[in-house]
Design a protein around this ligand. Structure first.
Ligand code: BJ8
Length: 422
């Protein structure tokens, strides 16, 4: 990654600290990813992206900024990318998934904050991630208390717009979310200097729908009896989808799906017949958080689905296309985004329905409900979720973890025992 040093310096990054991060990432990726056997060839694209994760895409973003485009950093799958794309802006995900960034976050946040928030704040304040330096504006939301308050700290360092997300899903809440989307549209127009019209918003809706369809095709292949791709590889594809150009993302995912469909037709599988199939649900697994998948897949099981924001919640449900007015488009966007089932809503029983449906569709043997430490929302919801699954006779294991490796051995024992009894 040496070629990018000048770029990182110009971004005002902490070069010494960043060097340390660059030293550990390739080894971690090699151990977790490159050690897998019989990977689809199409994964070469994602391996390449990771090999230059702080160089290749950041350089593209900087080039786009030189051409007058604005980059918006987001932290939640409720923020509608379509609005930014319509104004020729670029969206990049900013959720931090590494322990490396956590101490930086702990300098300003309570220790009892979830690692995702601590890592996201730390990555910005410690100046160790180019994406956090490049984004011209951050877009936050009022999902959980930890994030809400973190925006006030981040907002002192970078321009922020906050979207006020409803906590319930009644019709009036959906109308309220449509109003937030309209306000966001005005903010994006002012910030980019580009007008959003029915036409360019419709075009953006189609671009993001196509990306969703492509990601969905890959997931669809994971339903096959012979699983053509590991959970780790599918997770990597999802994680990078938050950073990549949406058109290229769709193209690469469609290519991968073509290969996976051929593998299914040819009976090619990445695991022996009878390998136990796991659905993972809960809090998001932001890049480079591969710990849980790695433990599951080195304990004799395979992950076939993630009911998470780094999973099905990101691509299920399309936005209605070709609507004639902006008002109708705001409502269509609001309706689609409010179909996402996050624990910040009450009630959130539609998530349980989704999981039951997916257990069936992906022929799941057992569910692992993962909670990031200090996420009160998913932790509390876990009680009802696990009871619902048990009532249906579906084996479930609830775990709480963070980004450190301190609990890796304990997790291996618990997950190993769970898989054994499936
Ligand atoms: S839609 S899951 S991306 S809010 S894990 S920061 S909730 S304390 S990430 Fe999320 Fe949007 Fe929901 Fe998805 Fe807070 Fe919990 Fe941390 Fe979380």
């Amino acid at each position: 990654m040496a070629d990018y040093e000048k770029m990182w310096e110009e971004l005002g990054m902490n070069m010494e600290l960043h060097d340390r991060l660059c030293q550990v990432l390739p080894t971690a990726f090699g151990d977790v990813y490159l050690s897998q056997e019989n990977r689809p060839e199409g994964m070469g694209f994602w391996d390449f992206v990771v090999s230059g994760i702080h160089g290749i895409r950041p350089a593209e973003l900087i080039e786009a900024q030189k051409n007058g485009q604005k980059v918006f950093g987001t932290f939640c799958v409720y923020v509608p990318d379509e609005v930014v794309i319509a104004a020729k802006g670029i969206v990049t995900g900013l959720c931090g998934g590494s322990q490396f960034w956590v101490p930086g976050g702990e300098k300003v946040l309570p220790k009892g904050t979830c690692p995702l928030i601590k890592a996201s704040v730390g990555a910005r304040l410690d100046k160790t991630c180019p994406f956090f330096r490049i984004a011209d504006m951050y877009v936050g939301e009022t999902t959980c208390d930890g994030k809400k308050k973190a925006w006030e700290i981040l907002g002192e360092d970078v321009p922020m717009h906050i979207m006020d997300i409803p906590q319930m899903k009644r019709e009036k809440d959906i109308v309220k979310w449509a109003g937030e989307i309209e306000e966001f549209k005005k903010v994006v127009e002012d910030f980019t200097g580009n007008k959003i019209t029915v036409e360019n918003l419709n075009e953006a809706i189609k671009i993001i729908n196509n990306k969703r369809k492509a990601l969905g095709r890959v997931f669809n292949c994971r339903k096959a009896a012979k699983v053509p791709i590991s959970g780790k590889d599918a997770l990597l594809m999802m994680q990078i989808a938050f950073f990549d150009d949406p058109v290229r993302c769709a193209e690469m995912c469609n290519k991968l799906a073509d290969e996976l469909e051929k593998r299914i037709a040819d009976g090619v599988s990445v695991c022996p017949e009878g390998t136990k199939r796991i659905l993972v649900t809960g809090t998001p697994l932001a890049i480079p958080n591969w710990k849980l998948h790695h433990i599951i897949e080195t304990s004799g099981a395979i992950v076939v689905c993630e009911e998470m924001c780094t999973g099905t919640r990101y691509f299920e449900n399309m936005v209605e296309e070709d609507l004639p007015t902006l008002e109708a488009q705001y409502m269509a966007l609001a309706r689609r985004y409010m179909k996402t089932n996050c624990a910040c809503f009450t009630p959130n029983t539609a998530r349980f329905d989704d999981i039951l449906r997916m257990v069936d569709e992906y022929k799941v043997d057992g569910v692992i409900d993962v909670n990031l430490k200090f996420c009160n929302l998913y932790d509390t919801e876990g009680f009802l979720l696990e009871r619902t699954l048990k009532e249906k006779g579906i084996p479930v294991l609830g775990i709480e973890t963070d980004y450190t490796d301190a609990d890796a051995e304990q997790l291996k024992t618990r997950i190993g025992a769970f898989i054994e009894m499936l």
